[in-house]
Design a protein around this ligand. Structure first.
Ligand code: NDP
Length: 489
């Protein structure tokens, strides 16, 4: 009998749905189907794909409340958060559908003096079949960032969702087929299971693999893909810092940081986990922050600010980080160890934990925040940059934001806000260091899911033809002079 994966509601443990655990052979068969569908999808061209993607988008929007309810049940997030997540995903599908043809159109290149009898162009061609492995925290928006982009660029896609959110993924994938009944099977497919199924996808012969998840799993995915030199894009974790300068609008900073840190139960790759605040405004900022955070509470009712922890094993990590920060001398200014429950975690804010504590150095992925007092913006930047991650960050300042932006070693930065970049379909998203590499979203994301093809066309025979064994003697004699004339001046 095929092994089964049971997905449950993290608020109640009720069963949401049951799925097959796909074996390596199952994954191979599904990838083979995606490969058969690839020429059809590629040949639709940008106009055909735009029509199919927009029809999928309209279907998702028309039936959005069904999907939103499912997101609430299987992931635990409040309905409003689920709606916001879906809205952002729809924006990205729309943008990719409409912009792929413009971004990926062939580009002329200069052939150069030596080959001036040629015309030269670059084409951006789809890889073929792209595998996408996704996490559970934003179960639609996050994988969609790779899926919609890879599809718009002309690839077929096989998607392996997290074991915690397969029902949401099933709904999202089926919606594509329902909205596009003329499309052959395999344009967008699903494989379900645990880590082994993801590993099987890496080894299934896909032409590119887009992974979003933790750095630890990212290493395993890269190792599996390396066996067949499958190129990868890695969207990994973060430890994002917000810097609050002495000239910041403190009320605005506190409001944004409270949302950036606690929203989605802190289970956000680009969520704020650390704050560095300049000493002169530290107390005033803390007052604003604690006032806002004290109004936030987890739950599954309509008024709850965020839901339960989606992945039970994460709770122990949050507890360890809180313990470590407090044991090292940090002061809990909101909540404390007792805030970490078995299902829900109340907000925790810890002041001045040691820089070396796990709460400051490792991804916590819970509704906790460390606040560190600094003597200058220089010190803030130095400490903010001193983790292995480099995903995103934020700066709050009236006059010094650009100085901080120039020195913060992350790939996305918000000024006087948080998270805005992720909602802008035209902006790229990616990391450095333990936060990964490559880009999804925006023009950079579209190019990530294509390979370039260089086409050089000889328009007429050149008098100086070097690309032949029949080179004239005078051409060969001319060459040393040509080198000096062109390059030695
Ligand atoms: P994991 O790394 O645990 O899992 C990610 C995916 O990889 C899941 O689908 C998982 O399957 C699968 N997987 C597990 N083992 C393997 C394996 N050996 N080979 C192939 N695939 C495997 O991450 P989480 O799901 O816990 O997601 C949270 C992480 O994602 C956080 O670190 C977060 O920061 C990061 N993230 C990054 C984003 C970005 O854009 N940079 C965006 C969102 C999240 P299964 O669940 O079945 O084990």
């Amino acid at each position: 009998m095929t092994a089964q994966l049971v997905s449950t509601d993290p608020a109640t443990d009720e069963v949401v749905a049951t799925f097959d655990v796909h074996s390596a052979a199952d994954v191979q068969a599904i990838v083979a189907r995606a490969r058969n569908a690839a020429p059809w999808w590629r040949d639709q061209g940008y106009d055909g794909r735009r029509a199919a993607l927009l029809s999928w988008k309209r279907y998702l929007a028309k039936h959005s409340e069904d999907l939103v309810q499912l997101m609430h049940r299987e992931n635990g997030k409040p309905l409003t958060d689920a709606r916001l997540e879906l809205m952002l995903a729809l924006e990205h599908i729309d943008w990719n559908a409409k912009q792929a043809g413009r971004v990926l159109r062939p580009e002329k290149r200069r052939p150069g003096l030596l080959l001036s009898n040629f015309s030269a162009r670059i084409e951006h061609v789809p890889f073929g079949v792209v595998g996408v492995i996704g996490p559970w925290n934003y179960p639609v928006f996050t994988p969609n960032g790779s899926i919609a982009t890879a599809l718009a660029a002309g690839n077929t896609v096989v998607f392996k969702p997290s074991e915690f959110t397969p029902a949401i993924a099933r709904w999202y994938v089926d919606a594509f087929a329902t909205a596009n009944p003329e499309a052959p099977e395999g344009v967008l497919s699903l494989v379900t299971g645990y880590g082994d199924t993801g590993a099987a996808l890496c080894r299934s012969g896909v032409d590119k693999l887009a992974f979003t998840g933790s750095a630890g799993t990212g290493r395993k995915v890269m190792a599996a893909c390396a066996e067949s030199l499958v190129p990868v894009v890695m969207e990994l974790g973060g430890k994002d810092a917000a810097i609050v300068a002495a000239d910041a609008d403190l009320a605005r900073a506190a409001d944004a940081i409270a949302f950036g840190a606690m929203g989605n139960s802190g289970q956000t790759c680009v969520g704020i986990e650390r704050v560095y605040v300049e000493r002169p405004v530290r107390d005033a900022f803390l007052e604003e922050l604690t006032a806002r955070v004290s109004e936030i509470r987890p739950g599954s009712d309509k008024a709850a600010s965020y839901g339960p922890m989606t992945m039970p094993s994460q709770i122990e990590i949050v507890r360890r980080h809180v313990d470590d920060a407090l044991a090292g001398g940090g002061t809990a200014v909101v909540g404390g160890r007792e805030s970490v429950g078995d299902r829900y975690i109340e907000p925790v804010v810890i002041l001045d934990p040691p820089h070396t504590s796990s709460a400051v150095q490792e991804e916590t992925f819970g509704p906790t925040l460390t606040v560190t007092t600094v003597e200058s913006l220089d010190e803030a930047v130095k400490l903010a940059n001193d983790t292995p991650f480099g995903l995103a960050g934020a700066v709050f300042s009236r006059d010094h934001a650009d100085e901080v932006v120039a020195r913060l070693d992350t790939s996305q930065i918000s000024v006087n806000s948080v998270l805005g970049f992720a909602g802008m379909a035209a902006m790229p998203l990616g990391g450095r260091g333990e936060s990964g590499f490559g880009r999804i979203h925006g023009p950079e994301g579209l190019r990530e899911f294509t390979r370039t093809r260089a086409v050089a066309t000889q328009r007429f025979p050149a008098p100086i033809n070097l690309l032949t064994f029949g080179r004239k003697a005078w051409v060969v004699r001319l060459l040393p002079r040509l080198i000096r004339w062109v390059h030695a001046r």
